[in-house]
Write a protein that binds this ligand. Structure first.
Ligand code: NAD
Length: 481
């Protein structure tokens, strides 16, 4: 019997192996060693998780509880997460080489996801529609049923909680399938849900691969909502699968974010956020500012500081407190990102700094490339790594055109001290989120999602309510006596 950690499924409040005993290896990308194993969910396991969540929804107390009781239970789970925040962060850092301080930040945001949606559903208001006909109507938001949530590996805990929190807050039951690359922290979350006393089946964790674990969930007609975060390619499969039983989908997909720096930007601020936007989490962020556009007048000064700041990042062990940048999350991903760097070189792009670390690690150093064609793969495609492709521009119109000329539209950033320009350009950008003079700041009441290949639908605040409930209109005749 191995003494390595094991991450089972959490079904009906219990941690269980796959019925057939299938497992997969869990890697530590910094040490490049297997450190744990996890249950590899098959169809049978997915059916068991769905049956459990179905039962918990159809017969259990959760959807029938008062809103305040539900909020209390979710806050209790958030309390436990806070108490175990070092453990949760350690699992994400071990599992994907995320610098520990960043992992701790993710845990805090995950806790906030639960607290925010617990309160949002408890305190929400409906709408009343006074009618001239002697009636009045009002809206009511009841839970939708069983939610299948599928999450990626780049923010293992945070992305999962972004889906689980509104789903269960609104009275649904939920099955989360984390990425097969990062099963650890979400499994611990499932254990904590049991400890916090959430009724059995309200939160089930199904570990395993996209197929059969994920695809069995999305294609099953006992599932009422499918919420997915991952690549655009997989998103299309998920949407097609959910369409077989007409389950509404919410898809948060890939990105190729534009970051526009105008001549009148505050240079220090623009450099700081440009670094965060492409090198935080080693660039494995859907919202990364991977296409950087810098106006002619500031280009040389900006680039000099940007390159110096990239070179000042400390590459190392994610648990070393001085580390700000570490390895990519898996060998497969390291090979993918490395191949884009090679393509950029083959296309005669100029590497201002960075490149693939040639030391056997899965590190691609903070990489900044100039001079690539606007139709080249490293410019057009989502690399999902620490690779920034830079171009210059002259006019505002040109910047907007360049930024919008992409299949993606998740987010964009712009840096300017000109207030009118800030509003004007923000409104012209084709993106779900535009950050002005900042990056990565969120208010959970706002819509979050993407345009084009970046997604379908929005989540956040009332947008999450619309998706995770069945809004109902009640029309009453007023008895006028
Ligand atoms: P991925 O699409 O490979 O996998 C995402 C999840 O889908 C995993 O859990 C995987 O097991 C599952 N999956 C794979 N095939 C499936 C199928 N046929 N049916 C059901 N589930 C299936 O993505 P990834 O590599 O884990 O994550 C990186 C991608 O996620 C990037 O494109 C990134 O931009 C995107 N992302 C988007 C957001 C956002 O908010 N828009 C946030 C984070 C990541």
């Amino acid at each position: 019997m191995s003494d390595q950690p094991f991450f089972g499924h959490i079904i009906d409040g219990e941690e269980v192996p796959s019925a057939g005993g299938e497992t997969f290896e869990v890697w530590n990308p910094w040490t490049r060693e297997v450190w744990a194993s996890a249950a590899d969910g098959q169809e049978e396991d997915a059916h068991r998780a769905i049956a459990s969540s179905r039962r918990a929804f159809d017969e259990g107390p959760w959807p029938r509880m008062s809103r305040a009781e539900r909020a209390g239970a979710i806050h209790a789970l958030a309390d436990l997460m806070e108490a175990r925040s070092d453990d949760l962060a350690t699992l994400d850092s071990t599992n994907m080489a995320k610098p520990f301080a960043q992992a701790k930040h993710d845990v805090a945001r995950s806790v906030h996801n639960f607290r925010f949606f617990a309160d949002h559903q408890r305190d929400h208001t409906g709408e009343v529609f006074p009618m001239d006909s002697g009636h009045h109507s009002y809206s009511e938001f009841g839970p939708a049923g069983v939610v299948a949530a599928i999450s990626p590996w780049n923010f293992p805990l945070m992305m999962a909680t972004w889906k689980i929190a509104p789903a269960i807050a609104w009275g649904n039951t939920c099955i989360i399938k984390p990425s097969e690359d990062t099963p650890a922290s979400v499994t611990l979350l499932g254990r904590l849900a049991t400890e916090a006393g959430l009724p059995d089946g309200v939160l089930n964790v199904l570990n395993g691969h996209g197929a059969p674990a994920g695809s069995t969930l999305t294609g099953d007609d006992r599932v009422d909502r499918v919420t997915f975060t991952g690549s655009s390619q997989t998103g299309k499969l998920v949407m097609a699968s959910a369409a077989t039983h007409l389950a509404p989908v919410s898809l948060e997909l890939g990105g190729k974010g534009a970051n526009i720096v105008f001549d009148d930007a505050d240079l220090d601020n623009a450099v700081h956020w440009a670094i965060e936007a492409i090198f935080r989490n080693a660039g494995q962020i859907c919202l990364a500012g991977s296409r950087l556009f810098v106006q002619d007048g500031i280009y040389d000064a900006f680039m000099e500081r940007f390159v110096a700041a990239a070179e000042a990042l400390t590459i190392g062990d994610p648990f070393d407190p001085t580390t700000t940048f570490s390895a990519l999350a898996s060998r497969k991903h390291f090979e993918k990102v490395s191949s884009y760097v090679q393509q950029a070189k083959d296309l005669d792009g100029t590497l201002r700094t960075g490149g693939v670390a040639d030391d056997g690690t899965w590190v691609v150093r903070p990489t900044i490339i100039e001079g690539l064609g606007l139709d080249s793969a490293p410019y057009c495609e989502e690399i999902f790594g620490p690779v920034c492709v830079v171009n210059r521009f002259d006019t505002e119109d040109k910047a907007v055109h360049l930024a919008n000329d992409t299949r993606y539209g998740l987010n964009a950033m712009l840096f300017t001290e000109n207030l009118s320009r800030a509003h004007r350009v923000a409104s012209r950008l084709k993106a779900g989120t535009v950050w002005v003079n900042c990056f990565f700041i969120r208010d959970l009441r706002t819509p979050f999602g993407g345009v084009g290949d970046s997604g379908v639908g929005r989540e956040g605040g009332d947008f999450s309510r619309e998706f995770f409930t069945e809004p109902k209109a009640v029309v009453m005749q007023i008895d006028r006596g």
